[in-house]
Write a protein of this length. Structure first.
Length: 127
């Protein structure tokens, strides 16, 4: 059988799965990747995953849609809460203050600092 060399980029999560698959079976990452591609092509060609009767792609899409709905609702609520907090803080800060630009600048800097802190904490939790 003639082989063709291909370069493939996969998301980090898939690379981790391929590496673990390889380690569990005593394969190199490239041998594992080859087996994963062959199994995936077989599943696509057959149209269904053996033993289940339902299309694995449909199950994955349904699970993804459900999780995306939850994430969308949480994101919408977070945006509303942040907007309300900003409006409240701005109104409270501007009472009796004649330099609105300075106050807006201070609130903006504090908001960006808090945002960067939260992003760093989220990235740390994911790693």
């Amino acid at each position: 059988m003639n082989r063709v060399k291909l370069s493939v980029r996969v998301p980090m999560g898939q690379e981790v799965m391929i590496r673990r698959y390889a380690e569990a079976r005593g394969l190199t990452r490239y041998q594992a990747l080859s087996r994963v591609i062959e199994a995936g092509l077989g599943a696509v060609a057959d149209g269904q995953v053996k033993g289940g009767g339902s299309n694995a792609g449909d199950d994955v899409v349904a699970a993804f849609e459900a999780r995306l709905g939850v994430i969308e609702a949480l994101l919408d609520r977070s945006l509303f809460t942040a907007s309300a907090a900003y409006a409240y803080a701005r109104r409270a800060a501007l009472r009796g203050d004649s330099d609105a630009d300075r106050t807006d600048s201070m609130i903006g800097e504090a908001a960006h600092s808090a945002y960067r802190r939260q992003r760093a904490l989220a990235a740390e939790a994911l790693s």
